[in-house]
Design a protein around this ligand. Structure first.
Ligand code: ADP
Length: 542
């Protein structure tokens, strides 16, 4: 017997029409390259989305064309976020910090027919366009900065296009909820970028999850500032979640400096913000200088959240950092490190330890940890480690073009995340490491993540990354690459003394290298690949 409920597609037109109908008065505030802001309302934005939808028809794109965006976090980018998928086309957010060859690769691999580029970024994009044979239109969004616009038949002006367009009237429809809505390539921390393709259904369900109270819990009264780029896993799904919930948004544009972000958080009384740990680490010493009293949630993920950093925020703002774990392939939110009633009686310090875990899976996501050699599920006992595997309606089941599918998906359809974890009896995941980042010393694993956290707890350390270097006897041993905080001095001996007793003695790094900066990936994570290359033939003291 079948249920008798309406089979309505879970598709992005619902999010657009809801925002247009209910939240027209809400504000979208965008930072410009000149350092000031432009403010628009959701009602004006919706009018422009309708014009843009008409303009897309006028460009002669295929019905399911991939449409690239090369943009900052801006209200214009948000127009593309809805207009492209609501007309059945696929939004392809391009990472602004890819190397030219990778950029050409992902545009070509996706088959982008048009790319919308903010003028302040044209100098980065345009020199490579001749190597992108499918790109027929480069639409320039003039944000008031950047090079002269080239005289080329492929170039179009965004505002002229919108002004000339016949706006879409009535409701948008996407009948098949499994139609592709957006795509994003992985940032390639551990290999070549692979194309993840989100569907309307996966995006709507993931957006709903950002409204769950035991999580990010977006609500209509919020003012949300995503620092996480809109080119990275749809800014963790926040723009769609915000439109669904009816929040106002502050989109910072090009200024991602700690002071730039902090002044916007204060000025616009932001309540919810989100970014990778390196962003918050840069702000930590400055928190006392700004009025951040409106903030109720600081979402942090993309890399392990150091306990010392999360505690620094809690002490300064009175709100804890909420850790999320996931990846491009998981839309991206898969777990959230929330403190639950089972932890109520714990001390503040023990609660901070709970928040340092990646947390339980969010509703609708399923996780397991599996022995990579035997394929057997491991118990949730807080001890057994295994590869974390994920399944659920917003978890990828394959990559665009089938690249790497054999390695990354199990025979029963689960995603192999490449992360190694432990799960406790309450279902809290602790990511110990990435498979490729573990230090294997004498047959035992050392978690580089744990070691980094302890090193970063030293008050004179600004940043630290631990990598494995070859060792004659133990096969691999940890090398600590440490950035000393501004104006401080630190010796290797001081650091080792500090770590003694905080980690097992055989975890103590064999050497400490003081470096100016930990190299970062295109999305601001520590790039251990670069560090490993740099310290390739490292000679450990004997
Ligand atoms: P890439 O895989 O190219 O680095 P992603 O942004 O998809 O790009 O990265 C996902 C990876 O980031 C995860 O597999 C995991 O290793 C790491 N990660 C994300 N969030 C966390 C977290 N809260 N704690 C530890 N690692 C995390």
């Amino acid at each position: 017997m079948l249920g008798l409920m309406q089979d309505r597609p879970l598709s992005l037109p619902h999010i657009f029409h809801r925002a247009e109908q209910y939240f027209g008065h809400k504000q979208l505030i965008t930072g410009t390259p000149a350092g000031d802001t432009t403010t628009t309302t959701v009602a004006d934005w919706a009018v422009r989305v309708r014009r843009l939808a008409g303009a897309l028809e006028g460009l002669g794109l295929s019905a399911d064309a991939r449409v690239g965006t090369f943009c900052w976090n801006t209200a214009r980018h948000l127009e593309l976020y809805l207009a492209v998928p609501c007309t059945g086309r696929v939004l392809h957010t391009l990472n602004l910090r890819l190397f030219p060859d990778q950029l050409v690769h992902v545009v070509t691999h996706a088959g982008d027919e048009a790319v919308f580029v903010e003028r302040s970024l044209l100098g980065v994009f345009w020199p490579h366009v001749d190597r992108m044979p499918d790109v027929r239109h480069v639409v320039v969004i003039d944000d008031g900065a950047g090079p002269d616009i080239p005289d080329d038949p492929r170039i179009r002006d965004y505002e002229e296009l919108l002004a000339a367009a016949e706006p879409h009237t009535g409701r948008f429809t996407v009948d098949d909820e499994n139609t592709a809505a957006a795509m994003c390539y992985t940032s390639g921390t551990t290999g070549n970028p692979k194309g993840v393709v989100y569907s309307h259904r996966s995006t709507v369900l993931h957006s709903l999850s950002t409204l769950f109270a035991d999580g990010v819990g977006l609500r209509e009264s919020d003012v949300v500032l995503p620092v996480v780029p809109m080119f990275h896993a749809n800014a963790w799904g926040l723009p769609y979640g915000c439109l669904l919930a009816g929040t106002s948004m502050v989109l910072p544009g090009p200024d991602m400096t700690p002071r730039g972000i902090l002044s916007r958080l204060a000025e616009h009384r932001v309540t919810v913000t989100a970014g990778v740990p390196t962003i918050w680490m840069g702000m930590l010493p400055l928190l006392g200088e700004y009025d951040l009293s409106a903030i109720r949630s600081v979402l942090c993920g993309g890399s392990a959240v150091p306990k010392s950093m999360a505690e620094g925020f809690r002490k300064a703002l009175g709100v804890p950092v909420l850790q999320g774990w996931g990846m491009t392939e998981t839309s991206p939110v898969a777990t959230l490190g929330v403190v639950r009633s089972v932890h109520e009686d714990l001390s503040d310090d023990a609660k901070a330890d709970v928040r340092a875990l990646q947390g339980p899976a969010v509703p609708l996501v399923e996780l397991r940890i599996t022995d990579p050699d035997t394929g057997e599920d491991q118990p949730w006992d807080g001890v057994a480690t295994g590869e974390v595997q994920a399944a659920g309606p917003w978890i990828a089941r394959g990559y665009h073009g089938g690249d790497g599918d054999g390695e990354r998906f199990t025979a029963d359809g689960w995603l192999r995340t490449g992360d190694v974890g432990v799960v406790d009896a309450h279902g809290y995941v602790k990511i110990v490491d990435r498979t490729k980042d573990l230090v294997k010393s004498g047959g035992e694993w050392i978690s580089s993540v744990d070691l980094e956290n302890e090193i970063m707890a030293h008050p004179k350390v600004a940043e630290a990354a631990v990598i494995a270097v070859p060792h004659e006897k133990w096969v691999e041993r940890p090398l600590a690459c440490v950035v000393v905080a501004d104006g401080e001095q630190l010796t290797a001996e001081e650091l080792i003394t500090f770590l003694t007793g905080r980690v097992a003695s055989w975890w103590l790094p064999d050497a400490v290298e003081f470096i100016d900066e930990v190299p970062k990936t295109s999305v601001g994570k520590f790039s251990k690949k670069t560090l490993r290359e740099r310290f390739d033939a490292y000679a450990l003291p004997t």
